[in-house]
Design a protein around this ligand. Sequence first.
Ligand code: SRM
Ligand code: SF4
Length: 574
Amino acid sequence: MTTLPSNSAPSNPALSDLERIKADSRYLRGSIAEGLRDPITGAISDDDGKLLKFHGSYQQDDRDLRDERRRQKLEPAYSFMLRARLAGGVVTPVQWLEFDRLAREYANGTLRITTRQTFQWHGIIKRKLKPTIAAIHDALASTIAACGDVVRNVVSTPNPVATRAHALAYEWAAALSDGLAPKTRAYHEIWLDGEALVGEPELEPLYGTTYLPRKFKIGLAIPPLNDVDVFAQDLGLIAIIEQGELRGFNVAIGGGMGATHGDPTTYPRLASVIGFVPPERLFATAEAIVALQRDWGNRSERKHARLKYTLDHRGLDAFKTELETRLGFALEPERAYRFEHNGDRYGWTEGHNGRWHLTLQIESGRLADVGERRWLSGLRELAKVHQGDFRLTCNQNVIVANVREEDRAQIDAVVHSHGLDGYRQRSGIRRHAVACVALPTCGLAMAEAERYLPILLDKVEALLAEHGLSDAPILLRISGCPNGCSRPYLGEIALVGRGPGRYDLRLAADFSGQRLNQVYRENVDETAILEALDPLFARYALERGHGEHFGDFLLRSGAVAPAPSRRIPVEVTV
Ligand code: SRM
Ligand code: SF4
């Protein structure tokens, strides 16, 4: 008798409710248009809320106000988060000025750079959603498929022109983002008053009527920089550049961060490298991987629907064999590569074409004007004078890119006058810290992240200073829940929210996004976190090797034991 593993779906599982919603939605239309016109409520229906994600928006409510509004018998303070689809995080100055205007006129007065190098606007009320999306469209950008069960915004190493091959790699990322986007006309009809199709069949050749089982993320890295965290992607592409020429891409599949506390059948996983393809085979390969996940992914249990679970349940070899059969060619053996780090390089760098690029640190990606920090205004002023473009990074920072030598002084002056040059003085850990949004907008947050990061950093910095470690570059990541939007499982130090003021403390990832960390203390408060870190910093200060990073030290010294290997049951068909 064959027993099914506990995390596999039953043999005839019912489809998840979202599969019904997608199938009935007429290619993502649902009744969104009608719901937007309903003046009685600031919300839309549950089903439409799920479909709205495919259009790039989430219905949220201000969680700081929930209890008070409940007491006053008012409906929650509903608003909408909107996310742009910006392949490779490229933004022109004209677009920047428009996005900034939308932030101030329609949203909560802030622009939020995300860990997938795009913008989010928070706090847009229902009747402003349509004009905001229309304005984004007029600025030659879109929000389609920024969320939902589709291929999301394709991320790419942002530093634009270190070599000509870097620019080419970015073009591939943009081509994948465009080519794998949904084709439904629903977006145009609902948001842009496009004509409804009459009599003509809707074409959605890749996705069909039910789209993918779950979100699908693609990222492209150019070694030695792993600034997109390529192993956290469903499909990670590692550009292989030899003698300045782009030869092709190593293909890595099945990365993902999301997990659920207390459920060992969910887990973060690093992508597995399965081979190499030359550039001319990239698109077909990516499309075939997406299509195979469309066909094999779990449509009953959304918790197990990402590609990582498809691979672990069906077997990596079985997936690769089916992929190559569908493609009609075999992937070549993977090529050698080496990553050095997954952070950003702050300050000025020179590109291959004599233009300059200035990377600025934006703490938690939040562009706002608060006190002395005039970051939203500063970037607006830069956009007014800048002749090149901007690049958002997956570490929530921004690069003022393609600056002429003669314009650098002017850029520096604006940066300085708006307090945007703080990266120069910040400690090593602050320069490498990433936090997800969490409260008050994220409906899934269990603990604070973005708002808590500066408070936590002050205390951790004080400890590091006591041990003479202020300059040590240590990757710190904090997420308000185990979904892992700041990719916390790749932090040398990470806090993953469990409840108000309580976190799992995880330690000992590496410095280049190639090793997951592990739980060191479960469900602890700030005092316990600092007490746990203090002796580890003391040992690191005294015992570290030359250039040895904190995460590597913790493992080598035995302060943290190596992670036990996880046994993943392969699903057996009975
Ligand atoms: Fe995320 C859900 C914010 C990157 C894994 N994520 C959410 C939602 C939409 C909450 C929700 O479903 O109601 C959050 C909205 C918060 C808010 O108020 O803005 C949210 N995720 C974010 C952002 C804004 C975090 C940030 O601080 O920058 C990032 C936006 C990316 C973008 O521009 O597209 C963001 N999310 C990520 C990443 C990192 C990445 O992709 O490199 C991950 C981990 C990688 C992965 O996908 O495995 C991530 N987000 C999740 C998950 C867990 C998915 C899973 O497989 O279990 C959820 C929950 C879900 O999908 O059910 C989630
Ligand atoms: Fe929200 Fe959790 Fe993602 Fe943070 S990690 S933004 S709390 S879903």
